[in-house]
Design a protein around this ligand. Sequence first.
Ligand code: ADP
Ligand code: GN1
Ligand code: MG
Length: 347
Amino acid sequence: MNILLPIAQQFASEVTAITSLGNGLINDTYRVTTASAPFVLQRINPAVFPAPEQIMANLATLNRHIAQKNAASVKLQIPELLKTLDNSLLYQHENGDYWRALSFIADSESIETIGTIGDAEQVGSALGRFHRLISDLNPALLHDTLPGFHITPDYLHQYHQLERQAVNADERYCTDFIARFEFIADELETAKQQGLLSLRVIHGDPKLNNFLFEQRSRKIVSLIDLDTVKPGLVHYDIGDCLRSCCYRHDPVTFDLAICSALLTRYLNEAKAFFTEHDYHALYPAIRLLPFELGLRFYSDYLQGNHYFKVTEPRQNLRRAANQFRLCASIMAQEEALKDLISRLQNT
Ligand code: ADP
Ligand code: GN1
Ligand code: MG
């Protein structure tokens, strides 16, 4: 509270409490209670985001775009940007860190695992609705806030520069898995370069705990963590959302029933803009995103854990191995997944 209080007071004069919020791996997030409405205070991680002012400009563009839509069709709240008392969107602390404030979405919670098929349907509808709402937002209006994000061939290239002899079973598993399946890394980027998949505005990080559920109804009311809203492929979002929602552990497996519910509801919303090539790239995307995240976790572990927050040095190694196990489970269910996709395409 002591260190944070003067920062929170940049945004509101009467701060009564500051508590930490959520389990994000990148930013530091707090709930600030004030004499009036509570708000969310966040330190933007400078090791990840080189230009915080671009993030704020993108958020302002996104909020303006959604604000002009018919409120009844939006059904998703996007946190509002709050200004400092001297009217800026960002506060730069004397140590160089950037801080911003967002409106707090009341009576909501983020969840870490899908509980029911109903939860999966909520996520699918919310992601599809978000994509539909921004499908007419020109990607050229947005900055690239995180260059290279989701470009798997680049992550693979970085990994090869860090590669070293494995010294334990988890490292051996990761090294062998990457060597065996690195041929999948180019698939989405190649389709993009060939013009088969088009650049659209995407969320970039639609994992389960970035959807806020209303506590009472268990309906999704908001999609948050919008720092990576930028031009990209919707397939990055779909693959990322599915790898996070369909993850089951002990043993790590990909839950096909959850995937089916989520994708069905997603496509109900997205079919308006989905092309034949978009359908064709769904299975490659579902397989790719856990492979990519495994590569990112493993490379961060090899470099000393500077990107993803860890509580102990081997945590990113274990996270990586689990993403590769998830990818293996997806490949073991390739036929069933392709059947599901073609059924959805033809209904
Ligand atoms: P990170 O980039 O570190 O993942 P997030 O923006 O996802 O940060 O915030 C972390 C957590 O804080 C979320 O999972 C959610 O529980 C909570 N949170 C963030 N923003 C809001 C908000 N506007 N209203 C309510 N809760 C929020
Ligand atoms: C990070 O910010 P957070 O914790 O929601 C990461 C995602 C990863 C995720 C893995 C900007 O998301 O790409 O999928 O961790 N975000 C960024 O848990 O790198
Ligand atoms: Mg988050």
